[in-house]
Ligand binder design. Sequence first.
Ligand SMILES: Cc1cc2nc3c(=O)[nH]c(=O)nc-3n(C[C@H](O)[C@H](O)[C@H](O)COP(=O)(O)OP(=O)(O)OC[C@H]3O[C@@H](n4cnc5c(N)ncnc54)[C@H](O)[C@@H]3O)c2cc1C
Length: 549
Amino acid sequence: MNETFDFVVVGSGGGSMCAALALRAAGKSVLILEKTDLVGGTTAISGGVMWIPDNRFMKSEGIHDSPEQAIAYLDAVVGDHDDTPGASRERRRAYVEQAPQMIDFLVSQGIRLRRIPSWPDYYAAPGESVPGRTVVSELFDINRLGEWKSRLRPGFLPLAANLDEAMELANFKRSWGSKKVIARVIGRTIASRLAGKHLATAGQALQGQMLHAALKAGVELRVNAGARQLVVEDGRVTGVVLETNGAEWRIGARCGVLINAGGFARNQRMLDRYIPGTSTEWSNTARGDTGEMIEEGLRIGAAIAQMDERIGSPMALPPGNPPVKPGMQGDISKPHTIVVDQSGERYMRESSSYMEIARAMRARDTKVPAVPSWMVLDSQYLGKYMLAGTMPGSKKPKQWFEEQFLRRGDTLEALASACNMDPARLRHSVERFNGFVRKGRDEDFHRGDHAYDQWLGDSLHQPSRTLGTIEQGPFFALALYPGDVSTYGGLVTDVHARVLREDGSVIPGLYATGTSTASVMGRASPGAGGSIGPSFTWGYVAARHAIQA
Ligand SMILES: Cc1cc2nc3c(=O)[nH]c(=O)nc-3n(C[C@H](O)[C@H](O)[C@H](O)COP(=O)(O)OP(=O)(O)OC[C@H]3O[C@@H](n4cnc5c(N)ncnc54)[C@H](O)[C@@H]3O)c2cc1C
């Protein structure tokens, strides 16, 4: 070995810095290797929400939850399936037990967290929490990172606003409550800039805080340092190999190696093999999400599973190819819009979870062309709601029309012909939906029946937050793709986050977490934070095991 640490972490994703902090607290030396020039992975781009059952913030706010309730919910939503070994009953239970402890540990390390007051679980199932089980970062002044500030990956929301505040901003023309929120955010932004601060929010704030704490605790972090191989000696993983300036550099790890190198949403070859029909172009993951450490695990005998699974998310692809493509779930669940396949037929509950929406699109596409599908909306929608990241109102970028990103028709028939849909079928879909709106009940897909649907909708729209007629021309449509925010399959791990072989035996010295693994949530996302919560938690679990081993 060219050098040796107690523990080496591959990738600077969600669980990496959490594991590193736990190891440093036990006096172990830790090195984090990050392949790209920026720290934080997709976690830094994200909302930074963690799904943590029975967490300390629920307790302090008097919101009822219990491990039994959370287990009942995961039993119902995730369930027991032979092809999802990452989501075994034992792992689900271990998650429910360890996740709140991980949060307590972070708080003890000075990480400032909170919960979002309302973010219902995604499924109407026994044990669901309607207030929700979310834990997020407080806003964080990234100037505190000093020279590391420029090494932190930017987030998707360049505002000094908490997520719950950001969700209010689009209503500023219609609600005094929203006007107050805007005033608060603007006031905070000005005051913090005058004080020489740069407040980050969401995933960037979370990873900024983690990076700050990790550096302070003496974690060593290297960027532009991609691991290429695992070193295996007598069946045990004892280090990693990097390639620097064309030469091999071998780094030993006395207590273990943790893979937290993300999934493979940016690797078209792997997508074609495991999730055919999907594209790297539809992904909002960080560029380094290329899956080589999953393949490296496979090479040394690790088991992989759930490789066909992904955290799908409906995406629009506006001209100009923005770095973070607009996720459209919030848009399509508002009143005055529906989603139809390429023939013009409605086929889904538009206000379900992003994962279910993208799954419905791909499933529909096996029967009739539905990739892309069309989001169809009317002028009432355009006036009231954000569309693909633009503020409410009929003024949209000229390029949107020139490049046919947003299509327009004075009548539904004209819109159908602009999109090559069957005019009669589109009119039938719209009229049937309008009939449900008037009855106050979506008899086809039950849009609006669950707390989560209502939460996604428009809190100012009566009597239903998500059902509103599509009747005022001109009408508009834009193409929706079944994008993703991560893949969800990978290395199979046990209740200690140790990587397993096909025969269920442990590969000594090798741990994994995050989207490099077969998710503990199987084929579901139980609620907001179903990826980052587990990434942090299994990182913490791995560290604790490695300390004792
Ligand atoms: C806009 C957006 C919002 C989202 N919001 C949420 C949310 O609120 N809650 C939630 O749970 N999920 C959310 N997601 C999904 C979530 O962000 C990801 O699933 C999650 O962050 C993945 O985390 P990770 O720990 O697996 O890896 P990542 O955070 O992606 O980190 C992996 C890192 O490993 C590096 N790496 C890869 N290969 C190597 C190598 N060979 N050597 C060294 N380094 C390597 C990568 O460059 C990367 O930096 C969101 C995603 C997006 C895009």
